[in-house]
Design a binder for this molecule. Structure first.
Ligand SMILES: Nc1ncnc2c1ncn2[C@@H]1O[C@H](COP(=O)(O)OP(=O)(O)O)[C@@H](O)[C@H]1O
Ligand SMILES: [Mg+2]
Length: 225
């Protein structure tokens, strides 16, 4: 079982958006996938409530229950756990980072976000995390994304080569519990999500589809605590 955590001490950077899209991509590829929502705002769990489809499973828990939830997930043949975390919650971020083999830090290429990301980077260094920034909500034109990537790398954090664009599909699809790749399977967002998912699997040293995974024919069930 692999664990991926989405962390950024700044709210609105795209943690939940990226978590939902990667978890759904993994489920679509046939992996037993569990998204654990550690944010008391429960945005991921509410997305799941409004979703017609049962999977990917979303479990909303208090951060103190994380170890137990991961243990249960491992015993249920889960392939991938995605941890969505809250902003302004250092101890949860540290626990999530320590439990994960890969941490992604969604960051908007905007000055306020770039100024704030140093705090999260310091925190993740403390946890000894294997972390990458993911530039999110990137505008279609301009050099802002290259400058942002340079600024983040200068702070000592590598940047994921896949960029997530500013696209209506990412927000609009969430209204009825879907994702961009489900709303517009042929769209640009769907293509980006697939690239990000594959890159993530490669970083985790994990096969991207069940063809390579041993099939257990069992999915974790929907539980909300
Ligand atoms: N790539 C994107 N394109 C368009 N809207 C986005 C994108 N990423 C995030 N958003 C929107 O920005 C807001 C904050 O994103 P969210 O994922 O909830 O951030 P966080 O979980 O870090 O607080 C949401 O309304 C979301 O729909
Ligand atoms: Mg969130």
């Amino acid at each position: 079982m692999k664990v991926l955590a989405l962390i950024n001490q700044k709210g609105g950077s795209g943690k939940t958006t990226v978590a939902l899209h990667i978890a759904t991509a993994a489920w679509q590829a046939g992996l037993n996938t569990l998204l654990i929502d550690l944010d008391p705002q429960t945005s991921a769990a509410e997305w799941h409530d409004s979703r017609a489809e049962e999977f990917p499973a979303v479990l909303s828990i208090q951060p103190t229950r994380l170890q137990k939830a991961l243990q249960t997930a491992a015993e249920s043949d889960t392939h991938l756990v995605v941890l969505d975390t809250a902003p302004h919650a250092e101890s949860t971020a540290l626990d999530a980072a320590r439990a994960a083999q890969l941490v992604l830090i969604p960051c908007r290429p905007a000055i306020m976000d770039l100024r704030a990301v140093g705090k999260t980077i310091d925190l993740l260094k403390l946890a000894g995390a294997n972390a990458y920034a993911v530039l999110n909500a990137v505008p279609p034109k301009g050099s802002v994304v290259t400058e942002a990537a340079e600024a983040i790398e200068n702070l000592g954090l590598p940047v994921c080569p896949v960029r997530v664009g500013q696209r209506v599909a990412y927000s609009h699809s969430l209204i009825d519990g879907r994702t961009a790749q489900e709303m517009e399977p042929e769209g640009k967002a769907a293509e980006e999500v697939q690239q990000l998912y594959k890159w993530t699997c490669a970083q985790l040293g994990m096969p991207a589809s069940t063809q390579e995974h041993k099939r257990h024919g069992k999915q974790v069930s929907k539980r909300t605590a």
